[in-house]
Design a protein around this ligand. Structure first.
Ligand code: ACO
Length: 353
């Protein structure tokens, strides 16, 4: 990989905009560098909880859950945290990329379910994997988390602030779920996925879109404030995920196809050019609905929520890792990634694998 740092504006006459990025990386051809995913990894806890197991604690059934969500089981962390899961996924991603932890410049970790507020989960992962030269920070964007860190990582690379960025999505939502609420506890699972993004002069075809609508934030919340400011002494966790399922469903079916169309328009590509649409794994009916609205069959919309449930920020990188290791992703294929979730936030990106 040939890259040039600190190229002066005077050396690149006519490209004044580069002066805003004094450290930006440029290829030999003078194009601003973008990142390519060069390795992936994932980790899920060993313990699984089946739909039948859940039917023993809430009024539900395997049939109802499979039909409405596509989930059959989920992996649940016992001793693991977002840090231990994220670190293991990262080790596997770095090994897959053939990159040493010392070569990582930046760790961007998407999580909303760390068991500590600080230090950040990214810094704890840095410690665990020995990425001694990396900076680290967490990004809180719920189910849109992995798309967010991907976009931020690309921005770091384009601005010349990093050459190698470790992207992580890790969640332990089982600690935030109300296990007495059948409308939410059936949906979620725990796990982590990671990807190594590296500046690559041959990488092309990157476009991203990201949107938020805070007015609809009430539809999906995890409120950690104690009622009336009082401490909850009942022994029940005071932090619960609460969701208006129908509103979230409608939101996803409207906004995800819009974001996919928007990002394809920016690249002047059509859906025919895309080999894979990797969507956040919230619910199989959402994925089927998005495919239908884009007038596409399900064959290019891989899913794995049957095994993992909705792992929020971890769902896309776990899927990406499965696609990579099974050989379904081939170099040169164009891929769309789309995330959506609390905030509300949603977006999409298109890249070449
Ligand atoms: N088992 C059996 N019955 C249930 C269950 C359950 N686990 N949960 C709800 N029900 C009942 C309800 O009480 C209701 O009963 P009622 O008619 O007697 O009142 C009935 O089933 C229908 O409830 P709805 O909420 O209308 O069910 P719906 O078909 O909308 O499915 C679901 C609920 C699966 C949550 C759906 O709304 C959905 O998929 N929403 C998308 C939300 C989502 O995927 N969120 C993921 C997190 S957010 C994210 O990742 C973006």
């Amino acid at each position: 990989m040939k890259i040039t740092r600190n190229r002066r504006v005077s050396e690149t006459a006519g490209r004044q905009s580069r002066s805003k990025f004094p450290n930006a990386l440029y290829s030999e051809a003078g194009n601003k560098m973008i990142g390519r995913i060069c390795g992936t990894g994932s980790f899920v806890p060993e313990k699984t909880v089946s739909n039948d197991d859940l039917a023993k604690i809430v009024d539900t059934s395997d049939e109802w859950i499979r039909e409405r969500t596509g989930v059959a089981r989920r992996h649940i962390a016992e001793q693991d945290t977002v840090v231990t899961m994220g670190a293991e996924a990262s080790r596997r991603a770095l090994e897959n990329a053939g990159i040493s932890p010392e070569d990582v410049d930046m760790i961007l970790m998407a999580t909303s379910s760390s068991n500590v507020i600080f230090p950040s989960a990214a810094c704890s992962v840095q410690r665990e994997i020995g990425a001694v030269h990396a900076g680290g920070l967490d990004v809180s964007a719920a189910c849109t988390g992995f798309l967010s860190v991907y976009q931020i990582g690309q921005a770091y690379i384009q601005a010349g602030m990093a050459q190698t960025v470790l992207l992580i999505g890790a969640e332990s939502l089982s600690r935030l779920v109300n296990w007495k609420d059948r409308s939410t506890c059936i949906l979620f699972g725990d796990g982590a996925g990671a990807a190594v993004l590296q500046a690559d002069e041959s990488a092309s075809c990157l476009q991203t879109v990201f949107h938020s609508d805070g007015r609809k934030g009430w539809t999906l919340t995890c409120d950690s404030r104690h009622k009336d400011g009082a401490k909850d002494l009942s022994g029940d966790p005071s932090t619960f995920i609460q969701m208006d399922g129908k509103e979230v469903f409608k939101f996803a079916l409207t906004k995800v196809p819009e974001a996919v169309r928007e990002v394809l328009e920016k690249t002047e590509l059509s859906t025919d050019d895309i080999s894979w649409f990797l969507l956040h794994q919230a619910n199989i009916r959402i994925i089927e609905g998005v495919a239908k609205r884009l007038r596409l069959g399900m064959d290019r919309f891989p899913s794995n929520m049957e095994e993992y449930g909705n792992t929020s920020a971890a769902s896309i990188p776990i899927l990406l890792d499965e696609m990579n290791r099974s050989g379904r992703l081939e170099r040169g294929q164009k891929v769309v990634m789309s995330g959506f979730g609390a905030g509300l936030t949603w977006g999409a990106c298109v890249f070449e694998w």
